[in-house]
Ligand binder design. Structure first.
Ligand code: H2P
Length: 813
């Protein structure tokens, strides 16, 4: 038994190191089944996690009871992605038991840090969208907002990235292979999800859906503890299982493969995140995944609601459902289907209830991400939903026609020309609120993609600028800076990040500055060791660490950064004796498996790195580190060590960005365009503490409308031309001169992302960075101002905004 002083909900409790040590020993013996003398590092890490989990679970029960008893409105966050990362340190820090856990580990002779690294990353997401969902879970628990996250328990999350001769190779991620301490399988918590088949009506109002295929969604629950362990919410992920485990008849006839066929088909649905959807099979699988988790979640939401309530019409009083992007947008039709077909409400009633429950977050204006489904495929997989969407579209149009407003009817149609369903439109029409993720992005939503809808529903679009959790992104990942802040201003900033500004006054204090610089240096030493361990490259920790970490995408313009690297390389070669500011360019990011040009840009980065890093003329003046398999855990090592944060997207294209916030909070200065949340970061840190360059969103729109011709720009800029020429003359690809022709051709001919248009301004700004970095005191001062001025970007602030403007919910304490 663990001795601890009983704590009531909301009160931190005390746990002794000795009690915790005994608990770990007991877990090792009775849960893992190992003797200490035989236990491997994995076994210890499992025992440790299970002992910590016990601490979470007690609070979890209390939170669940409290949220039922309080009868407060509950949030359900539906997301195809949750980029959780590791959970052990998160739980330990949030519960405030770090010192006991560390002492217990020391007594047991195990290294806490090494234990943390045994845990595999839950990489159930792609980039910012999935990580945002994970930060929101932390904030909802911290603030006491009763909530569930709902998603898919992929057997394999986002692929593991390896470089083979500089090319990206994708391998399956095996995060579940050595067991997972944090989740509980709920075999009894299962729902049937149907696909395909026929719809019939009995003439008395009843509708029957005779499906072709039915699978079972089984729940796996992970408790998510908030800061100070006051409240614990649930992340419920669905795994797809067959309804019948085995066709015993076929099996007994020796037909073993086909006996298992249904199992394989069913389990395919939760097999991988983002199956390649360039094939018809891939598209169908993706649609099934989206419906699968949405349907199971909605069935679960209604079951929970009916445990405490009996009038289905009052669902919106208790339930706020957030659709994270368009992936769960089928919720609009599914909730209507359940209300109309299972609870026999009329369509107009069902639609009104649905619209009051649901809200939708848009994360990008790029057409590729606003999903569209071919109506034939859709009708085949979800015949009943097709009828419902036709009904919504028809009645919505009819209603709008009656209002005589200046909108284009074509633009507001959900089903375009009878052949495609626009899921962004479905989500908009079926939502109570629709939000963008930064001020600029929300404004652009109103002016472009959702222009006509905005005329129809001027109050529906709201802005909720993204945020990040300061627990994971400072308190846990940056112990040096954490200690310094605790010493200087106490721990109030962890509860309310805006209080971090209390440390701004120390920016000019020599002793604080020295300690701040020392913490940064220690983080850089740690990253340098990690770079050497991962790719065998030695870098000098006193060089400027220049970081671009994010999904590989043309609009994020890693290519602009690489071109600048080439130009800098050429300049150093021309004048090695000049005074150069040593720089390490650090890249991390994965390209979608089917995105050929992005994969070629990764190869370019690796080719440039090989040449630059091995050129004796260059030495330590410039190094390029392209780190494979960028994920949450690697981000936790890179971010605290960064001096410069690259946020260089084509203006108007990055909805918000959240890496920009994490890096600034950890003291990196941003070099960026006026895009996404960079605009709001610039307002807060002030123009002296950020490097803004390049075209604005308005400039970009204007230039694109007039028609941009990159030829003239390239011809008139020898630095730029020299860099592009080097890409195609074999400097970096002596074995294949033509390897980057296509990349260069795009720059010469269309350059949709305006890399060439922004190059000169970017290059010059980088030279200012070089000069500024030499003044270490001044740089540290500005770095401190970044850390202390970006407290507003806490996801706690974002969640307060959603709670008030979007969900209408209140904390339970
Ligand atoms: C996306 C947007 C980001 C945004 C994030 C969260 C899709 O993430 O592009 O601008 O900050 O959602 O709202 P990402 O590109 O990192 O995959």
């Amino acid at each position: 038994m663990i001795e601890e002083a009983a704590g009531s909900a909301g009160q931190p409790r005390t746990l002794t190191a000795a009690a915790f040590r005994d608990a770990v020993r007991a877990k090792l013996a009775y849960a893992v089944g190992k003797d200490p003398s035989r236990a491997t590092a994995k076994d210890w890490s499992m025992a440790l996690s299970l002992a910590v989990r016990d601490q979470v679970v007690e609070r979890w029960f209390e939170s669940t009871k409290a949220s039922h008893a309080g009868q407060k409105k509950h949030v359900y966050y539906l997301s195809m992605e949750f980029l959780i990362g590791r959970l052990l340190n998160d739980a330990v820090c949030n519960l405030g038991i770090e010192s006991q856990v560390r002492s217990a580990c020391a007594e047991l002779g195990i290294d806490y840090q090494a234990q943390l690294e045994q845990e595999s990353d839950a990489a159930l997401g792609n980039g910012g969208l999935g990580r945002l969902a994970a930060c929101f879970l932390d904030s909802m628990s911290t603030l006491g907002i009763p909530a569930h996250g709902y998603g898919i328990r992929y057997d394999h999350g986002l692929f593991r990235q390896r470089f083979h001769d500089g090319w990206q190779v994708e391998e399956p991620e095996d995060w579940l292979v050595s067991g997972r301490a944090w989740e509980f399988e709920r075999a009894e918590m299962a729902y049937l999800v149907k696909f395909g088949g026929q719809i019939s009506f009995d003439g008395h109002g009843a509708t029957y859906w005779r499906a072709d295929e039915t699978v079972k969604a089984v729940a796996y629950d992970t408790p998510i503890a908030g800061w100070r362990g006051r409240h614990v919410n649930t992340l419920r992920l669905w795994a797809s299982r067959p309804v019948e485990v085995l066709d015993l008849g076929r099996f007994n006839h020796g037909d073993y493969m086909s006996a298992a066929e249904k199992t394989i088909r069913a389990e395919t649905i939760s097999r991988v995140l983002y199956p390649d959807d360039t094939t018809a099979e891939g598209k169908e699988l993706r649609l099934k995944q989206e419906y699968f988790f949405t349907s199971a979640s909605l069935q679960d939401i209604i079951r929970r609601y009916l445990e405490d309530n009996d009038d289905i019409r009052k669902l919106p009083d208790q339930v706020a459902i957030q659709m994270n992007d368009t992936h769960p947008a089928i919720a609009v039709a599914e909730l209507m289907r359940i209300l109309a077909d299972d609870y026999r409400l009329t369509f107009p009633e069902a639609f009104e209830i649905t619209r009051q429950c649901l809200s939708y977050t848009n994360h990008t204006l790029m057409p590729e991400a606003l999903e569209r489904w071919n109506t034939n495929l859709f009708r085949k997989v979800l015949p009943r939903h097709m009828q419902i969407i036709e009904w919504i579209d028809y009645h919505h149009l009819a209603e709008v026609q009656g209002r005589n407003l200046p909108v284009s009817l074509d633009a507001i149609r959900i089903i375009e020309w009878g052949s495609e369903i626009k899921m962004g439109s479905l989500a908009f029409v079926g939502s109570r609120r629709v939000n963008g993720v930064s001020a600029l992005h929300t404004e652009l939503m109103k002016q472009t993609v959702f222009k006509d809808y905005h005329v129809l529903y001027p109050d529906r679009i709201v802005n909720e600028t993204n945020g990040i959790t300061p627990r994971r992104w400072l308190y846990e990942c940056n112990p040096g800076l954490r200690a310094l802040l605790l010493e200087a201003i106490g721990d109030g900033w962890v509860d309310n990040l805006e209080r971090i500004e209390e440390a701004a006054k120390f920016a000019t204090d020599a002793s604080f500055r020295e300690k701040f610089a020392a913490a940064k240096k220690a983080n850089k030493v740690r990253l340098a060791a990690e770079i050497e361990r991962r790719i065998g490259l030695r870098v000098d920790p006193s060089a400027l660490f220049d970081v671009q970490i994010k999904r590989m995408h043309e609009y994020k313009r890693q290519l602009l950064n690489i071109l600048e690297t080439i130009a800098l390389y050429q300049a150093i070669r021309r004048g090695p004796g000049a005074e150069w500011t040593p720089r390490v360019k650090i890249f991390g990011g994965k390209a979608a498996p089917g995105y050929q040009i992005a994969k070629r840009i990764i190869k370019l980065a690796n080719d440039v790195a090989r040449v630059v890093n091995n050129d004796p003329i260059i030495g330590d003046r410039l190094k390029v580190a392209v780190l494979p398999n960028y994920n949450v855990s690697l981000a936790e090592v890179i971010i605290p060590a960064a001096d410069l944060s690259e946020q260089i997207s084509t203006a108007g294209m990055e909805a918000s960005g959240t890496g920009n916030m994490k890096l600034a909070l950890n003291g990196a200065l941003t070099i960026g365009t006026l895009d996404g949340a960079n605009v709001e970061i610039a307002e807060r840190v002030g123009p002296d503490n950020i490097y803004i360059f390049g075209l604005t969103a308005d400039d970009v729109a204007g230039l694109r409308q007039r028609g941009y011709n990159p030829n003239a720009t390239i011809d008139s800029d020898p630095t730029l031309k020299g860099a592009i020429d080097a890409m195609v003359n074999g400097t970096f690809s002596p074995d294949d001169h033509g390897r980057f022709n296509e990349v260069a051709d795009r720059l010469w001919h269309t350059d949709w992302f305006l890399v060439t248009a922004d190059f000169q301004s970017y290059f010059q700004t980088q030279r200012t960075v070089d000069l500024d970095y030499r003044d270490k005191n001044r740089w540290t001062e500005r770095s401190i101002l970044n850390t202390t001025k970006v407290g507003w970007f806490s996801s706690d602030r974002t969640i307060r905004g959603y709670s008030k403007d979007v969900w209408g919910v209140e904390p339970i304490f």
